[in-house]
Design a protein around this ligand. Structure first.
Ligand code: ATP
Ligand code: MG
Length: 363
C-alpha cells in the first residue's frame, strides 16, 4: 500500500508557531525524508466557511497567506501537492454519503467541536455545517487514501471520527476506504502550544499568536510581553516552570546548541530551569534567550517568504496546478465509492444487461 500524507490548515489567518510545531515542521521533514509516495496539503477554505460564512473575503484573502507560509517553511510543490479544498467538488459528494454513517449525538460528543462551539458562542444555534465539519474532514482524508495525518492534538477527535466512518463504510459497502493513522508531535510541548497569553492553545481565533511572518520587531515585542509566572515578581524570587509559557516555548523550540551560542553560562534547558526555580534568574534574561532561539528559526522563513511574495502569480499557479491534480485523485476514490455504494449505474454495463434479462424473463 502506498504511504500517503494528507494535512491542511484553515485559511482564517496567517500561520503561527502552533501550526509550525503541531504539524508544519513535521510535514516538511516527512516530505524531505523521501519515505512517502504522495503528500497532499490542503488549504481548507470550505471548512473555514463553516464558521466564517459571513466573511468570505477573509477566507479569500488568507488563501495566499497560508500558501506563502507553506512555501516559506519549505513545502516544495515539486514533492507535495498543495491544493484548495473548495476546488475539489468530489469532497462534497463524499461528505454527503458519509453523513449517513454518523449520528447527531456522535457529532455532538466531539470535544474539540464542543469547545469551538463555546468559543464562538454557537451554543444556542449551531450551524449544521459547523457541527458536521468532522465528517467533511473524513472526506478530505479518505479521498486521498491518506495513511498518515500529521496534526496537533486538537485533531485527535477528528481522526477518531474518520476511522469510525471508514470502518462503517467498509463493513456496510465492502472494503473501499483506507484507515488513516494520526501522527502527533513527539515533543509534548508541541501537542498543543499555548498562546503568548498563557491560554491553553495558540489560535488565530484567540489573537494570542506569534506568526511565522511576523517581523523581528513584532516577535521581540510579543516575547517580551509573554505570560510567565505571575508570582515571580523579583529576580530573587523562586519561579515556577509549570504553566510558564516562556519555558513551554523553550521546551518546544530550543536545544543544547542554542545554549552554546546564546547563553553559554548554562549547559542546557534543565540547568536554566533549575536556576529559575531556585530564584535569582529574571524573566527578561530568559525571554531574550527565547527571542534569539525563535529568530534563528524564523529569519530564513521570513527571507523565503519575501522571495515568494515577489511572485504571487507563480504561487497561484502552484495552487491551480495542485488543485487539478488533487481533483483527479479524489475522482478516482469517488468512482470506487460510487461503485461500492451501488450508485454507478451507467459505468456498470453488467447492471443494465442483468436488469434487461430480469425483465425479459418476467414476461
Ligand atoms: P482556527 O482558530 O481558525 O481554528 P487554528 O489556529 O486552530 O485556527 P487550524 O487551521 O484549525 O488552526 O489548525 C491547523 C493545524 O495546526 C492542525 O493540525 C492543528 O492541530 C494544528 N495546530 C493549530 N494550533 C495549534 C497549537 N496551538 N499547537 C499545536 N498544533 C496546533
Ligand atoms: Mg482550529
Amino acid at each position: 500500500m502506498d504511504k500517503i500524507i494528507l494535512t491542511g490548515d484553515r485559511p482564517t489567518g496567517r500561520l503561527h508557531l502552533g501550526h509550525f510545531v503541531g504539524s508544519l515542521r513535521r510535514r516538511v521533514e516527512l516530505q524531505n525524508s523521501g519515505e512517502f509516495d504522495k503528500i497532499f496539503i490542503m488549504i481548507a477554505d470550505a471548512q473555514a466557511l463553516t464558521d466564517n460564512w459571513d466573511n468570505p473575503q477573509k477566507v479569500r484573502d488568507n488563501i495566499i497567506e497560508v500558501a506563502l507560509d507553506y512555501l516559506s517553511c519549505g513545502i516544495d510543490p515539486a514533492k507535495s501537492t498543495i491544493f484548495i479544498q473548495s476546488q475539489i467538488p468530489q469532497l462534497c459528494e463524499l461528505s454527503f454519503y458519509y453523513l449517513n454513517l454518523v449520528t447527531l449525538s456522535r457529532l455532538e460528543r466531539n470535544p474539540t467541536v464542543k469547545s469551538e462551539i463555546a468559543m464562538r458562542g454557537f451554543e444556542t444555534s449551531i450551524p449544521a455545517g459547523f457541527l458536521t465539519y468532522p465528517v467533511s474532514q473524513a472526506a478530505d482524508i479518505t479521498a486521498f487514501k491518506a495513511t498518515v495525518v500529521p496534526v496537533g492534538e486538537d485533531q485527535k477527535p477528528m481522526l477518531e471520527q474518520t476511522m469510525e466512518i471508514v470502518r462503517k463504510f467498509n463493513s456496510v459497502y465492502g472494503e473501499t476506504l483506507v484507515e488513516p493513522s494520526i501522527l502527533l508531535p513527539s515533543n509534548s510541548a508541541c501537542l498543543r502550544l499555548p498562546g503568548t497569553d498563557g491560554k491553553a492553545k495558540m489560535s488565530k481565533s484567540l489573537g494570542n499568536c506569534i506568526y511565522l511572518s511576523d517581523s523581528s520587531e513584532d516577535v521581540r515585542k510579543k516575547v517580551m510581553s509573554m505570560f510567565t509566572d505571575p508570582d515571580h515578581l523579583k529576580v530573587t524570587d523562586p519561579g515556577k516552570i509549570e504553566g510558564n509559557t516562556v519555558f513551554t516555548y523553550l521546551d518546544a523550540f530550543c536545544d543544547d546548541s542554542h545554549f552554546a551560542k546564546y547563553l553559554p553560562e548554562y549547559p542546557n534547558l534543565d540547568a536554566l530551569k533549575d536556576h529559575y526555580r531556585a530564584g535569582g534568574l529574571g524573566d527578561v534574561k530568559v525571554k531574550k534567550f527565547l527571542f534569539a532561539v525563535l529568530e534563528e528559526m524564523l529569519a530564513p522563513i521570513r527571507e523565503r517568504r519575501a522571495m515568494y511574495e515577489r511572485d504571487i502569480k507563480g504561487v497561484y499557479a502552484i495552487l491551480e496546478k495542485g488543485s487539478a491534480a488533487a481533483r483527479e485523485v479524489a475522482q478516482r476514490t469517488l468512482d470506487d465509492v460510487r461503485e461500492s455504494m451501488k450508485i454507478n449505474y451507467f459505468s456498470d454495463s453488467q447492471l443494465i444487461e442483468e436488469q434487461d434479462r430480469r425483465f425479459k424473463e418476467k414476461k
